[in-house]
Each structure stands twice: as C-alpha cells, then as structure tokens.
Design a binder for this molecule. Structure first.
Ligand code: BES
Ligand code: ZN
Length: 618
C-alpha cells in the first residue's frame, strides 16, 4: 500500500513528462543502447570514490559510494560494469549489506550489475577491484615514460570504458558530482578531472572534488612523477620534470585561449583549466577531462604549431562537457560543435589565415573519407547508429568535419552575429544537460530559423543530419596561403627540379598541404629531393611525420623506414597509427614488416589503439 501511495506522484510526474516531451523533446528520456542503466527507475547523483592504486599488482581497488535517487521507488538500481570484481554492496550510511547479481557478458558493453535496494535507499556503496587488464587503464613501466625512473598510470574512459574501472551508470545522459580519495606510492602525484593538488605530499594520499555534474565518460585519473607550473592565474601544466619547461613554452597561449573562448560563448564554468602531458602511448591527441585536459606529448613540436588541439579540448568545456551528446549516436554534437568552436578560437588567437588553412585541411580529409567510405554509406550520416557495435567506430571525420561543415553552413546562411547569439543561448539553456540531434534541430528551428522557410531550405538541416554523403550546399573553403603553394606545386609538377622550392619555408599546415597534394606520379627520387629540402623524415612535428610516412610506405621510399619503425614503436596516438598500419597491410611485404614492428610496439599501446590494430593485422 505504502509503495502504491509513493508511486502515485511518480506516475503523475511521468505522465506529465510524457505529454510535455511531445512538445518539448528536451524533456524526453533518450534510450542509450550502450548502457544497461535504467535511469528512469533509479539514477545516480553523486559519487564518493575511495581507491588504492597498487603499482606492484597493477590493481586498483576500493569503494564507489553512490548517492542515488530512487525515482520509481522500486527495489533495484542497475549499473554498468566490465572486468570488475565486485566484493560486496551495502546500502545507506549504516552500510547494511545487500544482494547483487551480474548479467550476461555482452560484447563491448560488459555486464549489467543489479543491486537490490529499498524504496527509501539513498546510498549504495560498491566494494570492488578493477582488473589488471581494465580496458580504460594503461599501466606504464618506467621505460615507457619521459623520465624513465617511475611508473605511470592513466585512464581513458570515453566512450564506454569508465565501467572498466568504476561501477557506474555509464551513459552520457546521466550526470553526477564527485569527490575522490586516491592512495598512491609516495613518490607519485595523482590528478583527476577535478580540483587538483599542485604538489606531491609525503603520504601519497590525495583528495579531489568535482563540484559540477559530469557524465561518467569524463571520469579520469593520472598518476606519475608529475610537477606543476602555472601559465597564468587559472591555467597551468602538469608534466614529468624533464618535459615540464618544454610543455610550458609550447602551451604558453592557454590563458589567451580561455579568454578568447569566453569572449565568444560566455563564461568558463569549471574554475581552473589545466593540462597534463602524458607519455607517448596516450591514444589520443587530447581528451577533454573537465578542469584537466589530457594531452599527447606529440603536441610538443617546439614551435607551438600543434596547439589547436588545446583550443579543441578547451572548446569541449562548452560543447561536450557543459552540453553533452545524450547518446553516442549523437557524437557529432560533441565533436562537430567543438571543431567549429576550436577554429573560432584559433581565428581569434592566431588569425583568419591559420584558421582557414586548418579548415581547408579538414575539408580535404572529409572529402577523402567520404570517397573511401562511399557516399551512400549510412555511417556517413551525422546521426549515427552504433547499436550492437563499439561506439568507437563513430570516431571519424564525419562527426568532426561533416559536423563542422554543417555548422559553417548555418553560420553562412544566418550570419555570424546571429549564430553566436543562438549558440550562447543554446549553451545556457542546456548547461549541465545532455541533448540529442533532435533537440538541436528543434532549437535551430524555433530559436534561429523561426519559421523562415527560405532560410531553412537553404540550409536543409535534415539533409545534413539524416542523409549520407556531403550536401552540395557546404560552404566554399579557400586559403590564400595554399593558393601560393598550388602554383609552386604546379611548377614542381612541370619541372621537378629542386630549384622550385629554393628559399621556400613551409609552416606546419603548408607542409601537410604539400605532402597531400604531391602529384600522383611522384617518384622516389623526387621524394628524396623534397626530403633534402624540407627534412620531412626527421621532422619533429608528428602530424608531418605521420603524413610523410604514409606516403613513404605507399611509394616504397626506404630512407624513411628507420624513422617509421621508431615512430610506430613509441607513439600510441591512434589517429597516426591507423593510416600507417592501413597502408602497410596493403602489400604482403608491408604486412610482414608491420607484424614484426607490432611485436615490439603493441606493449606500448593503450587498449583503444591495440584493439583496432589487432583487427587490422589479423
Ligand atoms: N574526445 C575526443 C577524443 C575521443 C573521442 C576519445 C571519442 C574517445 C572516444 C577529443 O576531444 C578529440 O577529439 N581529440 C582529437 C583532437 C582533435 C583536435 C581532433 C584527437 O585525439 O585527435
Ligand atoms: Zn574532441
């Protein structure tokens, strides 16, 4: 009876929500096919994490204490878990032990964890340990770090790996605040996606607090021989001591970037903005963990030429961390918006030329990708469908660059001023919430286009979001700098003499443009000449290295072989590895060589990199 009385207001609220959601899709509960959680029944609100990190056994263990809201007043809450050992689960502050069951193991998703609760339960504490092989965690031995003296650990939770180190409701539509206590070996410093310590302490015990509600994929931890140095009052860099001063030089514009971002889309809501430079096995360029962006050391080119990645991760503080894709099928909302915002920041800090070149390089990559995938391929739609698949498959230039082109199309149609006002309102209206493609389209219609049919037809939002291929109304891209390079390239194609490039100095973007626009029939001898002039093989810029090495493999340009092997063995950034291995497996000799390199290289890669490459080298 009591249950029934409790249920009445809930049912009433749900039925209201149902009706309201017909009119306002923002209120709809979106089903996430990549999570077992049933947030409509019982949902997490706050996490107290208490973990011990043992570098000898390579095991993280402790407890995750969740404050929950039992919305339905039912007797169960469902979490996601994968590779976890659950020891016991208790309820509320008196920690009365309760029962739990684990569902069948499902590929990519792991197991559902069903915990028995009471209608009045407000707290669920899970005692557990993570596996030595947890997919999110990479344990590095001292040899794999810059300093070579201490071990290192970092986590990568996006997209659905948080559940491999924390039992959680692992869906981007579910947010919670957190505090954490982490115990580590005395010589090491721990940092998280939270308010962070700036120096080591003698006990190796660190406390953290994330006061803003975040989705689970933004849970992050790094531990190592780390030091901190400020850039300005609210920005700074964590890195190993041998890397710190180089990193501080490279990323000196971080403070300017935050100021610039605020000028465009309103106040930065997360307090500090710091970055941490990880060992080279980090599988991404950057990861937007709140308050502390995780970065690959390959950004340190020595000339600040790759810092647009920081603009990108910073931009996620609005598009992604503040307003989040509600499921991984809407991933373009995170990355397309962020690529757009990244280029706005780059334009403001480094000028139109720089942003224009990056736009053009991006567009070139997109056209190539769509050609490769086929323009009717459903995976070229912005709204994805990754049910039954690893959402990682959606991490392509469709989300980033087609998403970007769509937003540029809107900007062109309505004018930058109006678009900025709209986006400002969008970030405010949905702050600390998740949105689907449908919510965005609804906002676009009601708040920006306001029934202007001509404008809507000109943009054709549904075509962009729901149809494959690249719409023909995408904005024209062009760069004066690249035009100059085009005429040099034409001359080179005609004469093929080194003289064409005498006294020519190329920026990082120009080098990338040159490498991707060399004539199809470029010979090995011509590559040798170019290499003598521009020193691509021994470049300190990982973007240039990766592009040049792909061409070298394609052409069989052997002078690059030693460097290719060294690059593949040290760098774990998936975006660089994939095109190289893909090119290698195209010939039997290449595949043989790739397999040989892989024996030594694989132990240096994070699971998100080696899982994809294992597949390729099978
Ligand atoms: N959030 C992404 C990285 C990511 C995406 C990790 C999906 C796991 C699943 C990050 O913001 C990102 O986009 N990084 C890019 C850099 C960017 C400048 C394109 C990268 O790592 O290359
Ligand atoms: Zn991103």
């Amino acid at each position: 009876m009591r249950k029934l009385i409790l249920l009445i207001p809930v049912l009433f609220a749900l039925s209201c929500q149902q009706k309201a959601s017909d009119k306002n899709p923002a209120l709809a509960i979106v089903k996430d096919v990549h999570s077992f959680a049933k947030p409509e029944k019982a949902i997490v609100k706050h996490l107290e994490l208490d973990l011990n990190v043992d570098f000898v056994t390579q095991i993280i263990s402790g407890k995750a204490s969740w404050t929950i809201e039992n919305i339905s007043g039912g007797t169960e809450i469902v979490f996601d878990s994968r590779q976890l050992q659950i020891q016991k689960v208790t309820l509320d502050t008196d920690e009365k032990e309760t029962t739990f069951t684990l569902g069948d193991e499902i590929k990519y998703l792991g197991q559902s964890l069903h915990v028995k609760i009471d209608p009045s339960t407000t707290r669920v504490t899970i005692y557990y340990s993570a596996s030595k092989d947890a997919a999110a965690i990479q344990w590095l031995n001292p040899q794999q770090t810059a300093g070579k003296k201490y071990p290192f650990l970092f986590t990568q939770s996006q997209a659905i790996l948080a559940r491999t180190w924390i039992p959680c409701q692992d869906s981007p539509g579910i947010r919670f605040t957190y505090t954490a206590k982490i115990s580590v070996p005395k010589d090491l410093l721990a940092v998280m996606s939270a308010e962070n310590p700036q120096a080591k302490n003698a006990e190796g015990k660190y406390s953290f607090k994330q006061p803003n509600p975040i989705p689970s994929y933004l849970m992050a931890l790094a531990i190592g021989d780390l030091e901190f140095k400020s850039i300005d009052g609210r920005t700074g860099v964590y890195a190993e001591p041998v890397t710190l001063s180089k990193a501080v030089y490279e990323f000196a514009d971080m403070g300017k970037m935050v100021n610039s971002a605020e000028k465009i889309y309103g106040p930065y809501k997360w307090g500090r903005y710091d970055v941490i430079v990880l060992p080279p096995s980090f599988p991404f360029g950057g990861m937007e963990n709140p308050m502390l962006t995780f970065l690959t050391p390959t950004l340190i080119a020595g000339d600040r030429s790759l810092v647009s990645v920081i603009a990108h991760e910073l931009a996620h503080s609005w598009s992604g961390n503040l307003v989040t894709n509600s499921t991984w099928n809407d991933f373009w909302l995170n990355e397309g918006f962020t690529t757009y915002f990244e280029r706005r920041i780059v334009e403001d800090v480094y000028g139109k030329d720089e942003a224009g070149m990056q736009e053009l390089l991006g567009f070139g990559g997109l056209q190539e990708l769509i050609k490769e995938m086929g323009e009717t391929n459903p995976d070229t739609k912005l709204k994805g469908n990754y049910e039954g698949r690893d959402p990682d498959e959606g991490v392509t230039d469709i989300a980033y660059e087609k998403g970007y082109s769509f937003l540029r199309t809107i900007e062109d149609a309505v004018g930058r001023q109006k678009f900025d006002i709209f986006l400002n309102e969008y970030f405010n209206a949905h702050a600390f919430r998740s949105v689907s493609s449908e919510v965005f389209l609804d906002d676009l219609e009601t708040k920006l286009l306001k029934g202007d049919k001509v404008l809507k037809d000109k943009i054709d939002p549904n075509l962009w979001v729901y149809q494959p291929g690249l719409p023909s109304n995408s904005p024209a891209v062009g760069s004066v700098k690249f035009k100059a390079l085009d005429s040099l390239l034409a001359k080179w194609a005609g004469l093929l003499t080194a003289g064409v490039f005498n006294n020519v100095k190329l920026s990082s973007n120009e080098s990338l443009y040159l490498i991707s626009h060399l004539p199809e029939n470029t010979t090995i001898d011509q590559m040798k000449v170019l290499d003598q002039i521009f020193k691509f093989t021994s470049s300190g810029n990982a973007e240039i290295q990766s592009a040049w090495y792909v061409l070298s493999i394609k052409k069989g340009y052997r002078p690059a072989n030693k460097n290719i092997e060294a690059f593949l063995t040290t760098v774990g950034r998936r975006k660089f590895l994939m095109p190289l291995y893909k090119e290698l497996v195209k010939t039997p000799e290449g595949k043989k060589w790739a397999k040989k390199i892989y024996v030594n290289a694989r132990p240096n890669y994070h699971s998100v990199a080696y899982n994809t490459i294992d597949e390729l080298l099978k």
